[in-house]
Ligand binder design. Structure first.
Ligand SMILES: *[C@@H]1O[C@H](CO)[C@@H](O)[C@H](O)[C@H]1NC(C)=O
Length: 799
């Protein structure tokens, strides 16, 4: 993709070899909660965004588009091309306003401050036979130190031609922003009262505002308030005869007034039909003047280079649908990477909180400060930063621990080093006790999207340790790029990785693969915090064995999720999946299986960084866990793995609910391929009365009394990440290794993969959070290009 820059002779093509490539990740569409919002990966800095509304009537102003919102009724929006280093193309179909909007971003390296970029916003009617009248506002606001000024002369009627701003900040240094019209824009000229507004028609309008520190994220309120004030000053003159109201496009305008000392500026353009305008951000140290030509040439080149590379990294199987599947796969991958956000701010934790069945554990460790107990109650933490993918740009625009490991498996195949930058940010959140909050709601903007009862994180609560999958996948990619073949290494991990075609030499996306020294130093840098994290799990989520006289080969390895309520085990990630009643003596099958995976990851990383004693230690625990999964959780009578709890006589009993939970020992490759229990799990998977459906595996057996009941979140609906995990275990282990169940595993793998691929995404134009277990229809949030985008890895068989 770097070839692109040969088109632009002025751009330096060789980046300094001394860097690790992260400088090409400074700018991005890192405000994925917005339809289009660019910012740098800098805590307090420049934030930009796009607002638009229809001007066919006055009501549409009340539905101005800014933050992604299912309620806006868009007929789909997705990046169709997006590379974190180079930029991309997003298509948004706004049916209610009859406009197809395309946003293009081109990143242009150069200088010492994160480079420059050019963005093009263009639109065309979805239906050419209907009116398509719209007004677009682009804004830029500065948080923190520095300044922003309007260079173009102000005019109370608006501006003809280009609008220029200059600014500076400590990290970005000096920069300019120019907003330039496309060649063929048309304004509404024939609306009611055109003559009265002739001076303002076709001009670019603007506003400048002084926004208190920390509030730029609320730019939309300041800007639309200005439009509203302007309209309120005009409309009363027409009140006596409502039939004479002017056309909305003449009235819903910015004030053309910029206060001195403004730190937020807005620029507005109104159109009739097709339109185009560009925003050019020039970093002064890059010493290069941009023009619209850079987009004319750069975007088609970027889109073509992306398509070609995509075909080689994520090939789609040959079929009559190949082309549309390829397009679909490219869009979900692009929207996953275009959904990566940068967040900065405080979060809320309550170290003293615990449920009654967790109370024996004593207070959370961070509860002790200088020997004295800290009061219960929620409090704000220090501000933290996080680059993270997001499950859904509309519903869940923030970091989720449980989802992130899956996101990184996918991102790592496309841009290894981007996945490491994200992983590193998450690892940096591991506190001194080894804890990470399962939801990262950093700052006011992120909090504004979350119901208040979910704001607080508790430092004794866990979440499935999926980040370990990203570590394992990276080690596997490193070995594939350098070491001997996988067979020589006797690798038997169940998740992640496969041979990656490297980018052109020294491309910023794979430096940590090309340079084994860099790879080793990265793994060393995350080893200690990961160890802390691992020990935190073993210490705080331990299950009880001897208190209930439980017999098992290992006397230590048993686990229980803390922080469950009567109805939910949110910490397990499978919120309302049926479990027993809460009890301090419960043992959770999914958690012990995750701990098996975590031990295996620690073993691999210890081996890679040369910590032999540690390696032996982790291997021992892994073995103890495998033993105890059988000793504690296998129910011979039911022929399945189950949770365990304790009754009123303090006797242990099995809590068995057929569904995703029962799959964990297999899905995480904990069972040897010749274990007789593999056969039983495969039977459960393949039985249409239980988990098997033509659309993928159901979360709960269709024969279970609670199937489809209550909230019905994890009581039947099909989740793609669990299907992916199961497919991965089948493909890399149970269908690959010789054994009594191999043929059956192969058959199930093939059919399950086909069922997932055949589902209805192409038809609806969205991917969904989950799918109906009886009809396959999409359910809940959409677009949901978080772990549902794993379909790309399923298509290209990368596990
Ligand atoms: C790359 O270098 C930057 C700057 O030194 C650093 O902040 C970042 O963590 C490094 N990336 C990784 C993956 O280690």
């Amino acid at each position: 993709m770097r070839l692109l820059w040969s088109l632009l002779p002025l751009v330096p093509t060789v980046l300094s070899q001394a860097t690790n490539g992260s400088e090409s990740l400074i700018w991005g569409a890192y405000r994925p909660n917005l339809y289009f919002g660019l910012r740098p990966r800098i805590p307090q800095s420049l934030m930009t965004g796009l607002i638009w509304f229809g001007t066919q009537d006055y009501q549409s102003f009340g539905k101005a588009r800014h933050a992604c919102d299912q309620g806006d009724g868009l007929n789909g929006y997705s990046w169709t091309t997006y590379d974190a280093r180079d930029g991309g193309v997003q298509v948004l179909k706004d049916g209610p306003n009859n406009i197809k909007v395309t946003t293009e971003l081109l990143k242009i390296p150069g200088g010492e401050h994160g480079g420059s970029w050019a963005a093009r916003i263009k639109g065309e009617p979805l239906d050419v036979d209907r009116p398509s009248r719209t007004s677009f506002i682009f804004y830029a606001g500065l948080e923190g130190l520095g300044g922003l000024d309007m260079e173009t002369d102000e005019n109370e009627n608006g501006i003809d031609g280009e609008v220029e701003f200059s600014g500076n900040s400590p990290e970005l240094d000096e920069f300019t922003i120019r907003i330039v019209d496309g060649p063929d824009n048309e304004a509404v000229t024939t609306g009611s009262q055109a003559a009265a507004f002739a001076d303002r028609i076709g001009k670019t309008h603007f506003g400048g505002y002084r926004v208190p520190a920390g509030n730029i994220w609320q730019a939309k309120e300041f800007i639309l308030q200005d439009v509203l004030q302007h309209a309120k000053a005009i409309l009363p003159a027409y009140q006596s005869n409502p039939g004479s109201y002017p056309d909305p496009s003449y009235v819903l305008q910015l004030s053309n007034d910029a206060l001195s000392g403004s730190n937020l500026f807005a620029v507005q353009k109104s159109f009739d039909g097709k339109f185009q305008f560009d925003v050019l951000f020039e970093s002064k140290s890059a010493k290069q003047k941009l023009s619209s030509t850079v987009l004319d040439e750069g975007i088609p080149a970027l889109a073509e280079a992306y398509r070609v590379r995509f075909q080689s990294v994520f090939p789609v199987p040959e079929s009559s649908e190949q082309e549309s599947l390829q397009e679909f796969s490219q869009a979900i991958t692009s929207n996953l990477i275009g959904g990566v956000g940068y967040f900065y701010g405080q979060s809320i934790v309550d170290p003293g909180f615990s449920y009654e069945w967790d109370e024996d554990d004593g207070p959370a460790e961070s509860d002790e400060e200088g020997g004295k107990k800290v009061k219960k109650g929620a409090r704000l933490t220090e501000p933290r930063e996080l680059l993270t993918a997001t499950p859904s740009r509309s519903f869940f625009p923030r970091g989720f621990y449980w989802d992130e490991g899956f996101h990184l498996l996918h991102i790592g195949e496309w841009d290894n080093d981007l996945s490491l930058e994200i992983l590193k940010d998450w690892i940096d959140l591991i506190d001194e006790n080894g804890w990470v909050g399962r939801e990262q709601i950093l700052g006011e903007e992120a909090r504004s999207k979350v119901p208040e009862q979910f704001w607080t994180q508790v430092p004794s609560f866990a979440n499935p340790p999926t980040l370990t999958m990203a570590v394992t996948a990276y080690i596997r990619r490193l070995k594939a790029a350098h070491g001997p073949s996988e067979q020589d290494l006797g690798m038997d991990m169940g998740l992640g990785g496969s041979q990656v075609p490297l980018r052109a030499a020294s491309s910023p996306g794979s430096r940590y693969l090309e340079d084994p020294e860099l790879g080793l130093s990265f793994l060393k840098s995350i080893y200690a915090p990961l160890q802390r994290h691992y020990e935190w799990f073993r210490r705080t989520q331990r299950g009880q064995l001897k208190q209930y006289g439980r017999k098992a080969r290992s006397r230590t390895e048993a686990y229980r999720w803390r922080g469950r309520s009567e109805q939910h085990v949110l910490t397990s990630g499978m919120d309302d999946y049926p479990r027993g009643p809460p009890h301090a003596g419960e043992l959770h099958l999914d958690l012990i299986s995750w701990m098996g995976l975590f031990s295996r990851t620690m073993k691999e990383i210890a081996e890679y960084v040369g910590e032999e004693e540690d390696r032996v230690f982790y291997e021992g625990i892994e073995k103890a866990i495998t033993d105890n999964i059988d000793d504690l959780h296998w129910n011979e009578k039911e022929q399945m793995y189950c949770d365990v709890s304790v009754d009123d006589d303090d006797e242990s009993y099995y809590v068995c609910h057929r569904g995703y939970l029962s799959l964990f020992p297999l899905a995480l490759s904990e069972l040897p391929s010749d274990s007789p229990h593999v056969g039983a799990i495969l039977d459960l998977i393949y039985d249409p009365k239980h988990l098997w459906s033509p659309y993928g595996l159901r979360s709960l057996s269709a024969s279970h009394p609670e199937f489809g009941q209550g909230e019905n979140y994890w009581k039947g609906p099909i989740w793609i990440q669990m299907n992916y995990m199961t497919l991965g275990a089948l493909h890399t282990k149970y269908a690959a290794e010789p054994g009594p169940y191999r043929e059956k595993a192969q058959k199930i793998y093939k059919e399950l993969r086909q069922n997932i691929v055949d589902n209805e995404w192409v038809r609806t134009g969205y991917v969904w959070e989950q799918y109906d277990p009886l009809t396959g229809e999409g359910k809940r949030s959409h677009p949901f290009t978080g772990w549902t985008s794993l379909v790309t890895l399923i298509l290209s068989e990368k596990y």
